[in-house]
Write a protein that binds this ligand. Structure first.
Ligand code: SP5
Ligand code: ZN
Length: 357
């Protein structure tokens, strides 16, 4: 592998400690071991330490209120002794200030720490523990460092980061994501090129956070291929083909939803469709939201994509011949996550016309 792999040890500080799903605390899926397996698979690559970024790198894509909440969420939780009574060792929301509660006014910040989480979390599965904020910042650092490497002349760079980011919007978090790493990389790339930046999201789930962040922004084209939310899959409410962008960003968003059980052929056609769309939209840089959970055998998605198709998808994306930042998203089968990432990155290098090992 030629491209640099950006890495931060700080990812390990985030241990989700489980997911509360339909009220039941189940084992976590977004585990530190995921990144370690990828690192082991890419051991012969050139590793680059993530550079700490100023708050601006986060605030380019998130509201100050979400930033401030996440920065303090754990220490506030601990200080309020919720760890003792009722004995909850992670921040878990219990009440959500649904828009239907308010008749034309904004909710106040609640006094109780236990009530605050629901103002920013949109699900119960995305828990916050002692090192979550530091690890989420490190993931943004990794993605933005990869963008800087590419702006500095590397044809491509890969951010081997976690927690993932593509489900986090400007104002709220969920889907195992806290800060939107790929969006932060796209914002950085956008500052370095004249024309639009394309984000192509191949994670098995719709990249609803990235879509929301850039929905009205014509300078960032956001395309996602994913399992059909209409067939009962996360994020359930978003990811439909009718979501095509709004305002000045009309036409700058594209979703391709695939039926559960879909395999290589239609998935690769969708990747090619998004690549063509980015090309015809005049994209001058590419950010790939690289989840590998569309693979057959992944416990979190019903798509059935093979390792060979991940390589072919990489090739298609590389053939755009754009400055390319790849940012890790999902992928939950520890036995295959490393090889799937390696196949994709090798395909990108083939597409870019670089020799690969
Ligand atoms: C980044 C990413 O791939 N996030 C995906 C989050 C989707 N999680 C949906 C979980 C739905 C319930 N899963 C049941 C397993 C309980 N442990
Ligand atoms: Zn996913």
């Amino acid at each position: 592998m030629r491209m640099p792999v950006v890495w931060s040890e700080r990812h390990r500080l985030h241990e989700p400690g489980g997911e509360v799903w339909v009220g039941v605390r189940t084992p976590g899926t977004e585990l530190p071991e995921r990144a370690e397996r990828i690192r082991a698979e890419l051991a012969d690559a050139r590793f680059v330490e993530a550079q700490e970024q100023a708050d601006d790198a986060v605030l380019a894509v998130h509201d100050r209120a979400l930033f401030d909440y996440l920065a303090r969420a754990w220490s506030d939780w601990e200080a309020s002794a919720l760890t003792e009574d009722p004995g909850q060792d992670r921040v878990v929301p219990y009440l959500f200030p649904h828009p239907g509660l308010f008749t034309g006014f904004e909710p106040v910040a609640p006094a109780a720490v236990s009530a605050r989480a629901g103002q920013f979390a949109y699900d119960t599965m995305t828990l916050i523990g002692p090192g979550t904020w530091e690890a989420a910042r490190a993931a943004v650092d990794s993605a933005v460092t990869a963008a800087d490497l590419v702006l500095g002349g590397e044809p491509a760079a890969y951010a081997c980061c976690r927690p993932p980011g593509h489900h986090a919007t400007r104002t709220c978090f969920g889907g195992s994501c806290y800060l939107n790493n790929a969006a932060a990389a796209a914002a950085r790339m956008s500052s370095g090129v004249e024309g639009p930046v394309a984000v192509i999201d191949v994670d098995a789930h719709h990249g609803n956070g990235t879509q929301a962040i850039f929905y009205e922004d014509p300078r960032v084209l956001v395309g996602s291929v994913h399992v059909d939310p209409g067939a009962g899959w996360f994020p359930h409410f978003l990811g439909f083909a009718a979501e095509t962008g709004g305002g000045a960003g009309a036409g700058a968003n594209r979703n391709v939803a695939l039926a559960p059980g879909t395999g290589d052929g239609p998935w690769l056609e969708a990747v090619a469709e998004l690549a063509d769309w980015a090309r015809s939209g005049g994209a001058e840089a590419l950010v790939v939201a690289l989840g590998v959970d569309a693979a057959g055998g992944d416990p979190e998605s019903p798509l059935e994509v093979t390792p060979a198709a991940f390589r072919a998808a990489g090739r298609t994306l590389g053939e755009l011949r754009l400055p390319t930042v790849l940012v890790q998203e999902g992928g939950y089968d520890l036995g295959t996550i490393g090889p799937l990432v390696r196949e994709t990155l090798s395909g990108v290098e083939e597409g870019l016309g670089q020799t690969t090992s």
